[in-house]
Every structure is written in C-alpha cells, then in structure tokens.
Design a protein around this ligand. Structure first.
Ligand SMILES: NC(=O)c1ccc[n+]([C@@H]2O[C@H](COP(=O)([O-])OP(=O)(O)OC[C@H]3O[C@@H](n4cnc5c(N)ncnc54)[C@H](OP(=O)(O)O)[C@@H]3O)[C@@H](O)[C@H]2O)c1
Length: 171
C-alpha cells in the first residue's frame, strides 16, 4: 500500500482557508511543504487546484480530484476519483493529500500520517480541517517556529501517526 500523508496548515480553530485562499503566507512552512513533497505525489481537490498561483506544482506528480468527467487541468496532470487514485498508487509511493477541506474529510479515515502546521492565531475561515482525534492519533514530533520579520504568526509543525489497536505507536 502507498503511504498516505495528510499535510495541512490550520489555525487555532482548525481553519484552513477563506474565499478559496490560504489564511496567511508562512515562508518557512511553504519551504518545508516543498521539501517534504518534492519527488512525490500530491493530491488535491479541484478548488485547491484553482487556488494555486503556480501549477502544476513542480517536481511532483500532481493529481487533481474532480467528479467532472470533462475537466482538464494541465499537461501531465491526472484528474480522477478517490477509488481510481488508490488503485493507481504503487506500493512504495508517498502520497501527500494537500487539501482542501472536502478532500481531507474523505482521507483522514485512511491516512497513515498527518503533518499539521498549527498556526498560533485565529482567522476568519470558511473551510476547516477535521478534528484530530487524540484516541486515534498520537503526536510524535513537534517543531516550533517563532513569529519574526518574515512570519507574522508563530507556528508549530507537528507530525501525527495513527495509534494501533493496542494503543502503541504505528511507525
Ligand atoms: N491550509 C491548508 O493547508 C490548505 C490546503 C489546501 C487548501 N486549502 C484551502 O481549502 C479551500 C479549498 O477547499 P474546499 O474544501 O473548498 O475544496 P477542495 O477540497 O480543494 O476541492 C473540492 C472539489 O474537489 C473535487 N472532489 C472532492 N472530492 C472528490 C472525490 N471523492 N472524487 C472526485 N472529485 C472530488 C470536486 O471537484 P469538481 O467540482 O470538479 O467535481 C470538489 O468540488 C481553499 O480555501 C484553500 O485555500 C488550505
């Protein structure tokens, strides 16, 4: 099975975006997103694709989820359903689910890992990340980043893995 990783930046209320935009620009978080996802597969919903300023994301296999059979995105970008996506992934593929809200909601039940940037602020938002249930997920890593001249808000990048049935960590 491919490894499925949800990657998102959320505010203190699990807010993800507003009017089809991100809530804020955090330079080092975007750099980390690029570092982690480069060379791998990124999966996004149609609205997140529409919101990107640079597309497709370079050096990554881009997959856009759409139910519109006639939708076209860009050369080399596949548009498919969730079942087709899961069937098309190879065993050793790292698949980063990069939003938005509708897509995270469908994948959180089957994801192996979550990489969540917790932004230390509350924004006005109209789309939200699902609740991270502590009975299902355990935080194994946290990197803190202060606010500074390039970052209006402090943030913590956290990695969660799914607890197994014996309440042990599945790494
Ligand atoms: N903070 C973050 O980390 C982050 C990350 C990503 C996005 N965002 C934000 O999230 C917002 C967008 O999220 P959203 O929930 O509105 O939209 P979305 O999840 O990006 O896209 C929804 C669309 O994806 C397609 N889709 C969803 N599930 C599908 C399925 N099972 N099979 C086939 N197609 C499927 C449909 O497209 P069709 O209409 O073509 O059928 C649907 O309308 C924006 O504000 C964006 O900035 C935030």
């Amino acid at each position: 099975m491919a490894e499925l990783i949800l990657i998102a930046a959320i505010d203190q209320n699990n807010g993800l975006g507003y009017k089809n935009h991100l809530l804020c620009h955090l330079h080092d978080d975007l750099k980390n997103f690029k570092r982690l996802t480069s060379g791998h597969t990124v999966v996004m919903g149609h609205k997140t694709w529409d919101s990107l300023s640079v597309k497709p994301l370079p050096n990554r296999k881009n997959i856009v989820l759409s139910r519109q059979s006639n939708a076209t995105f860009a050369a080399g970008v596949a548009s498919m359903s969730v079942n087709d996506l899961l069937a098309s992934c190879s065993e050793d593929e790292k698949v980063f689910i990069m939003g938005g809200a509708e897509v995270y909601k469908q994948f959180i039940a089957i994801a192996d890992r979550l990489i969540i940037t917790h932004i230390q602020h509350s924004f006005i938002a109209d789309v939200f990340f699902p609740e991270i249930d502590e009975e299902k997920w355990i935080k194994i890593k946290e990197t803190k980043h202060p606010n500074d001249e390039r970052h209006a808000y402090a943030f913590n990048i956290c990695e969660y893995v799914r607890r197994n049935q014996n309440n042990k960590i599945s790494l």
